[in-house]
Design a protein around this ligand. Structure first.
Ligand SMILES: Nc1nc2c(c(=O)[nH]1)N[C@H]1C(S)=C(S)[C@@H](COP(=O)(O)O)O[C@H]1N2
Ligand SMILES: [Mo]
Length: 321
């Protein structure tokens, strides 16, 4: 069976249009537009409900502001929680807002495995115990050439890595999303090989800009954005930002990430934001900031070049896309 990958559809014109409407129009228009774009296995669920912003969650305490934040204006809560990519909950931008609503993420444990001394199940409470949380307002650039500014709350991935005590053989880190066929209706679609896997080189993972997010706008992170634990690597395309992380493995060899496995000529391992290296089917030179009409120029390394470019010195970034 040949299924059109959502990447082929890119940002659906119909879905995008909703973001230009004001909220009241948006809510009124949703039923009709959802019906118009609802397709495939998730169609019936999408018909039954309408996209609405995530309910507000518990406030996170003692969140410090970070000097790594951009001073650009963050996107609205409504935008960040209704315009999502999370194929475990459907491939339309608004499906995760509808289909992830009741996803249960408590209790949560992360399985630590591979080249490290502290293997085993780590409950999320233990990971967060005594862990300082920061607000990081980051640029987010999806490979589909849209972008947002997102005020994450999280902590450096490096903090967790140190607790795991990686061995000298650990050169890469591999992340795996939960595979929960009862709760994730999107897994019924063969659109990707499940479970979703991503990876980083260990120096990228240890970089101070790389965080695990547990919050958004000072509150517990909504399900559609990757609750309860989600990777944020702001100089890389959005698909590296794996959601609902349930397994972390330290490995010697470069992991095969899901999107590379699905179309290696289009999606690489590095996936650094790079306006000079186009996707085979579209330009990466510009982007549309969600909520804006005019396109913006895309910045090298998504604007984080001063901090990260040295990690790729001497590498051919056209080959290592
Ligand atoms: N498990 C999982 N993680 C995922 C995805 C996904 O489909 N499944 N989509 C990725 C893509 S393509 C993007 S752009 C970001 C979107 O994050 P957001 O919805 O919070 O903006 O999540 C990434 N993480
Ligand atoms: Mo993306």
């Amino acid at each position: 069976m040949l299924i059109k990958r959502p990447a082929d559809i890119r940002s659906s014109e119909i879905t995008d249009k909703k973001l230009y409407l004001n909220r009241r129009e948006f809510l009124g228009a949703t039923a009709a537009t959802t019906a118009a774009v609802a397709t495939g296995v998730l169609g019936s669920a999408a018909f039954a409900e309408a996209a609405t912003a995530a309910p507000h969650g518990r406030k996170l305490d003692n969140v410090k502001k970070s000097s790594f934040s951009t001073d650009e204006k963050p996107n609205k809560w409504e935008e960040i929680t209704t315009y999502n990519n999370y194929y475990e909950f459907g491939t339309d931008k608004d499906s995760p807002s509808m289909l992830a609503r009741n996803y249960k993420t408590e209790p949560w444990t992360v399985m630590i495995d591979g080249e490290c001394n502290k293997k085993g199940n780590m409950p999320l409470e233990d990971i967060l115990k005594g862990q300082a949380l920061e607000e990081r307002v980051y640029r987010h650039r999806c490979v589909e050439a849209w972008s947002m500014i997102i005020p994450w709350v999280g902590f450096p991935l490096a903090d967790l890595i140190k607790k795991c005590e990686p061995t000298s053989k650990a050169k890469f880190i591999e992340f795996t999303t939960a595979y929960d066929t009862k709760q994730m209706p999107g897994l019924r679609s063969p659109v990707l090989h499940w479970p979703y896997v991503e990876g980083l080189r260990l120096d990228e993972a240890m970089h101070p800009l790389t965080i695990l997010a547990v919050g958004l706008y000072g509150e517990v992170i909504p399900n559609q954005d990757g609750a309860p634990l989600r990777l944020v690597v702001p100089w890389k395309y959005g698909f590296k930002h794996i959601k609902a992380i349930q397994k972390i493995r330290f490995v010697e060899k470069q992991p095969l990430n899901t999107w590379q496995e699905s179309a290696s000529q289009e999606y690489g391992f590095y996936s650094n934001v790079n306006p000079t290296v186009d996707h085979p089917r579209w330009s990466q030179a510009t982007e549309r900031r969600i909520g804006e009409f005019l396109r913006r120029k895309t910045l090298m390394f998504n604007g984080y070049g001063d901090q990260v470019a040295s990690m790729y010195a001497g590498m051919d970034l056209k080959r290592n896309y």
